[in-house]
Design a protein around this ligand. Structure first.
Ligand SMILES: C[S@@+](CC[C@H](N)C(=O)[O-])C[C@H]1O[C@@H](n2cnc3c(N)ncnc32)[C@H](O)[C@@H]1O
Ligand code: SF4
Length: 366
């Protein structure tokens, strides 16, 4: 079983702009033709200073994640400045993972090279589909050809490359996805995020009442995906995340293992022990406010730890922290099994994770 033994501490930076909005996406991002990058940088600096002064000491930073929105629209100079600001106020681990999310149409070879030269060492490209009709349906601006070209370029520059895909799309059969996933695996990347399409409220897909497959079909898609990924030596280590051995995303492991992380930028959130921090979901409101801190109860923190920890398929969660009767029930339902006092969710349990969590979570009085 893969396990990084050291404690992790991550920094998330949110870039709130895209070239256009995809109709399924509920992430906080907007289209703006007059972005004042310096103003945003000042906001990031203000957040960084706020956190640097909030606590006496922090662990060394093990990961930085530039997410969005479309952070590959940022100038590499801004990325360099943010990394310098962090270095001014925090210690860094000797080999931190530094990821930037990119869209194929919002980056090119030269820009990726400059990102790499200022310290980025992992690139995460949002591809979503490998056929033109579905790319158009998903509102993507790039073609299959551009996506493949960008990935090829990214592989020349970065040793760690992820691609995001969305499957179980309307009209897509498991057989069609099997063919597409075979093509995807031929890309030979170190990491894949493979999400089933979800319909989020307040999105055009929700208003258009786009339908996703029923539970049984979704399960078929999921089991087939995991099976193919395992056979390709890129097994699942989280519900939707697959990696070659040693290439799991350190930043996401930070969240799922319940470690601390800073949330910088609009709509981002952070965790520092029992303190939860949250920034406004609007650029002007964020620019005019400090992160809001609230204190979680121990019960809330524990529930969060279970919610996150159970996603990590390979790692197991201490049974002593769960409701013993609930664990028995979950095992009986085939949703997981217990080995060496650790509870491991099964492939039957993961697609119904919310129900599984409600079953195994301890009551407040226990
Ligand atoms: C922050 S988003 C975007 C990254 C990048 N801007 C892009 O679009 O390529 C991260 C990923 O979440 C996934 N995602 C977003 N909304 C989704 C939805 N409704 N259903 C499934 N996956 C979704 C997409 O795969 C997307 O690439
Ligand atoms: S999926 Fe990516 S490009 Fe599309 S709206 Fe969301 S963040 Fe922007």
């Amino acid at each position: 079983m893969y396990r990084l033994s050291k404690p992790l501490f991550g920094v998330y930076i949110h870039w709130p702009y895209c070239l256009s909005k995809c109709p399924y996406c509920d992430f906080f991002s907007q289209v703006d033709n007059a972005i004042d990058e310096n103003e945003i940088l000042n906001g990031y600096q203000r957040d960084i200073l706020f956190f640097a002064r909030l606590k006496k000491s922090y662990l060394p930073i093990t990961s930085v994640f530039f997410g969005g929105g479309t952070p590959s629209l940022m100038s590499p100079e801004s990325v360099a400045k943010i990394l310098t600001m962090l270095q001014d106020w925090f210690d860094f681990d000797s080999a931190p993972e530094i990821t930037i999310e990119a869209n194929p149409d919002a980056v090119n070879f030269e820009k990726m090279q400059v990102f790499q030269s200022v310290g980025v060492n992992r690139l995460s490209m949002g591809i979503q589909a490998l056929n033109e009709a579905d790319l158009r349906f998903l509102g993507r601006r790039h073609t299959v050809e551009t996506a493949l070209m960008r990935l090829k370029e990214a592989k020349q520059i970065f040793s760690k490359v992820n691609a995001d895909f969305i499957y179980a799309r309307p009209g897509q059969t498991p057989d069609m996805w099997h063919k597409e996933l075979t093509q995807i695996l031929n890309l030979n990347l170190t990491h894949y995020s493979l999400y089933q399409l979800t319909i989020e409220e307040n999105t055009p897909f929700y208003r258009q009442q786009i339908e996703v497959p029923d539970e049984e079909t979704a399960r078929t898609f999921y089991l087939m995906t995991n099976d193919m990924m395992r056979k390709a030596a890129c097994p699942p280590y989280e519900i939707s995340n697959y990696a070659q051995e040693g290439f799991q995303c350190v930043h996401n492991l930070t969240y799922w293992r319940g470690y601390d992380y800073l949330g910088i930028g609009p709509a981002s959130h952070g965790r520092l022990g029992l303190t939860a921090t949250e920034n406004p979901r609007s650029v002007p409101a964020w620019l005019n406010a400090l992160p809001v801190c609230t204190l979680l109860t121990r019960q809330e923190k524990m529930e969060e730890k279970i919610l996150m920890g159970l996603r990590l398929i390979q790692e197991g969660f201490p049974v002593s922290l769960l409701n013993p009767q609930g664990v028995e029930t979950a095992v009986r339902y085939g949703w997981g099994n217990v080995k060496d006092d650790l509870f491991y969710p099964s492939e039957e349990g993961l697609p119904v994770l919310n129900r599984l969590i409600l079953t195994v979570i301890p009551n407040e009085k226990e």
